[in-house]
Design a protein around this ligand. Structure first.
Ligand SMILES: [Ca+2]
Length: 262
């Protein structure tokens, strides 16, 4: 059996299946853009170990000239729109991403992230241990705070924008928060804030706990707001390693892979 692949009317590939089989014996449903975990497992040998779903827009699917029509089910898809951008969106009715199950902050950690908030307060990133050590990056009434406790006291650095609503101006804002042993520093849009300095020798944030993005399941010491972060978050890096928020578990109303931009 032979196959041909055309792109924009131009044949770009052709191939032939081995053996003598002349038909493909499969049953509906058709999956478009990705597969369920179960189906993917079965099909993996034919997918060259591809595990990602298609990212983008698809339309006008047809089989033998017959339009597929509307899908019978949608799983984690969004309508295509010119008014969308990459990032994870956190809605006003609440939600968060658990990015890692057992996140160790330890002695040193560098966080960078871009946010486009629509509200003045909310948790951007948080991890806390049962013993009370924590690290929290949050919006507090239009300010950004970075609060860390290594076990004896809170160390913090707070960025105050020139205007109270400046961070909700519809633009992206870049945050860099660095915890270096007993010192925390915070930079927002290239403005460096006054560092927080804790007791020398109390240097490790001893967590081995879930790392939450965009909210928390339960508040804890160090969190200064009860409000939900609303808006987009993208390009989170931990120690200069880009994190894929789509790999996290979502709770509540979050869209991991697109933000409405209008
Ligand atoms: Ca500690």
């Amino acid at each position: 059996m032979r196959g041909h692949l055309y792109v924009d009317g131009v044949k770009v590939a052709e191939g032939e299946s081995p053996g003598t089989a002349k038909s493909i014996n499969v049953l509906e449903p058709y999956y478009v853009g990705g597969l369920t975990e179960e189906k993917r497992g079965k099909a993996m040998t034919n997918l060259n170990d591809m595990t990602d779903s298609f990212k983008g827009c698809l339309r006008n699917m047809a089989l033998n000239g017959q339009d597929f029509g509307l899908p019978s089910n949608n799983f984690f898809t969004q309508p295509c729109s010119a008014n969308a951008e990459l990032g994870s969106f956190f809605y006003s009715d609440g939600g968060y991403i658990k990015l890692k199950d057992n996140f160790v902050v330890g002695l040193d950690l560098e966080i960078s992230v871009e946010i486009k908030p629509r509200t003045m307060s909310g948790v951007i990133l948080s991890v806390v241990s049962d013993r009370g050590d924590y690290l929290v990056l949050q919006l507090e009434n239009g300010k950004i705070s970075f609060r860390v406790d290594n076990g004896q006291e809170e160390i913090h650095s707070v960025y105050t924008p020139p205007g109270k609503n400046d961070l909700c101006n519809g633009l992206w804002h870049t945050i860099t928060a660095i915890k270096a042993k007993n010192v925390v520093t915070l930079t927002v849009d290239d403005v460096y804030t006054y560092p927080g300095i804790g007791k020398p020798g109390v240097s490790s944030t001893d967590t081995n706990d879930p790392l939450y993005i965009g909210g928390v399941p339960a508040t804890h010491t160090g969190i200064k707001t009860t409000e939900q972060y609303v808006g987009c978050i993208r390009n989170l890096q931990l120690d200069q390693v880009l994190q894929n928020l789509e790999t996290g578990d979502t709770y509540g109303h979050v869209n991991k892979n697109a933000c409405p931009s209008a």
